[in-house]
Design a protein around this ligand. Sequence first.
Ligand SMILES: *[C@@H]1O[C@H](CO)[C@@H](O)[C@H](O)[C@H]1NC(C)=O
Ligand SMILES: *[C@@H]1O[C@H](CO)[C@@H](O)[C@H](O)[C@H]1NC(C)=O
Ligand SMILES: *[C@@H]1O[C@H](CO)[C@@H](O)[C@H](O)[C@H]1NC(C)=O
Ligand SMILES: *[C@@H]1O[C@H](CO)[C@@H](O)[C@H](O)[C@H]1NC(C)=O
Ligand SMILES: *[C@@H]1O[C@H](CO)[C@@H](O)[C@H](O)[C@H]1NC(C)=O
Ligand SMILES: *[C@@H]1O[C@H](CO)[C@@H](O)[C@H](O)[C@H]1NC(C)=O
Ligand SMILES: *[C@@H]1O[C@H](CO)[C@@H](O)[C@H](O)[C@H]1NC(C)=O
Length: 416
Amino acid sequence: MSLVGRLLGLASLATAFVSPDGTGRLPAMGWNSWNEYECNISEDVFITVARQLVNLWLRDLGYEYVNIDDCWSDKEQRRNATTDELIPDSKKFPRGIIHVADEVHSLGLKLGIYSDAGSETCGGYAGSLGYEELDSATFSRWGIDYLKYDNCNVPSEWADEYEYIPEEPTSNAPAGYDWGSSNTAKRYRAMSGALQRQNRTIQYSLCAWGHAHVEQWGNSTGHSWRMWGDIFPAWKGKEKWSWEVGNGELTIEENRSHFALWCAFKSPLIIGTPLDTLALRKPILDILSNRELIDFNQDSVYGASAMPYKWGNDRPANTSDREHPAAFWVGTSVKGIHVFLLNTQDTAVNMRAVFAEIPPLKAVADQQLLVHDMWSGQDLGTFTECFELEVNTHDTAALRITTVEGKHPNASWSPR
Ligand SMILES: *[C@@H]1O[C@H](CO)[C@@H](O)[C@H](O)[C@H]1NC(C)=O
Ligand SMILES: *[C@@H]1O[C@H](CO)[C@@H](O)[C@H](O)[C@H]1NC(C)=O
Ligand SMILES: *[C@@H]1O[C@H](CO)[C@@H](O)[C@H](O)[C@H]1NC(C)=O
Ligand SMILES: *[C@@H]1O[C@H](CO)[C@@H](O)[C@H](O)[C@H]1NC(C)=O
Ligand SMILES: *[C@@H]1O[C@H](CO)[C@@H](O)[C@H](O)[C@H]1NC(C)=O
Ligand SMILES: *[C@@H]1O[C@H](CO)[C@@H](O)[C@H](O)[C@H]1NC(C)=O
Ligand SMILES: *[C@@H]1O[C@H](CO)[C@@H](O)[C@H](O)[C@H]1NC(C)=O
């Protein structure tokens, strides 16, 4: 594997592992160091981010995890010769990880850390394979609240019998093969069990990159599971899933689409852009702070991701095309039915939400419905049969649809 394997990806939380205190019931929200800082991290980075989450009111919107990614441990000493415990890098963390945890906790936030289900992390630091009990006890003792568990440097004796990689989705596995019995699943379950034996809740984020069909066993192993390789800040990319709010070459519309769709998919919302005031511009902060999209993502009643109700782009349903995925999405929340219209074309286009095409609205398609813009927070008016609007190139319209009285038009409907 290459020296990558990072940020959180799409996870569906319809039915998933939930800790006794409720952790994991809703997608995690927070910040992660990798995309901006890679290995150039220090306690200052995390303490500054924690303060900024508070100052920018992001904590009050639900962003709570401050997550340390790779390269935090001592690359030479690796483990304590007596106890075998992981040793933090004393230049980056002169007062230890416990000090950072105390600072972060004192601000009403939580601290995350990173390790790897192999002999070494992606950056070549000590991994946790074979040290699951010890490392989870160490993390617990330090006051850690979240673990991202990466997938680099897997020893050959732990290789899977059959391989499945989502970017090249062919596999030699026999039909009906139980991917939950794969070595990948075993490596990730070992850490899951060890974390659950600690007397501290540690949110467990599987970063197995979608390998070994993690979507079939990830929900019973961790609180969230990544479905793909790393994200990369470019709209079109041959190899990489390419949307990221805040870093790189995305237009403001592309940044909006990234955020709207991650909210719609009930993905964890883990910010990857720096939060210091000089670097973070107002339009980006506004996207990350959109309360209506966050509320959809964090809805306490309806857990299912939005689903495509029509493919669009002149393509039949379920066409796999990274540049032109499904354009017409529907989901539900306590507030109503939500429609997301993604324009993947290179020009602005008029997109029409035809109520009779939207499964939960079929029965009320000939009645007046109130359409609300989740981006602006404004009502757009009442409409029957359809609503049409111009969507900028690569932008995503986010609409909430209710009865004219503002009631839910179909509270019994769910995408699953
Ligand atoms: C994981 O998903 C499967 C299939 O949808 C379901 O049967 C199972 O109960 C889920 N596990 C948990 C822990 O929710
Ligand atoms: C690493 O971080 C320090 C402190 O934030 C900064 O001054 C320095 O320029 C960074 N180095 C690189 C190579 O990015
Ligand atoms: C290793 O652990 C022992 C026992 O806790 C401790 O006294 C010692 O300072 C540790 N060594 C290092 C290098 O952290
Ligand atoms: C939790 O674990 C720590 C470290 O192992 C231990 O000191 C403490 O007594 C434990 N607390 C409870 C309530 O079990
Ligand atoms: C979108 O996000 C990327 C990252 O911040 C940024 O480089 C770009 O400037 C943003 N686009 C706009 C128009 O703000
Ligand atoms: C698309 O895939 C979904 C999920 O597998 C399936 O339920 C649906 O029937 C498919 N639609 C078409 C038109 O094949
Ligand atoms: C809710 O949606 C379901 C699924 O499309 C549909 O069968 C039902 O008629 C709808 N109920 C109402 C009250 O519109």
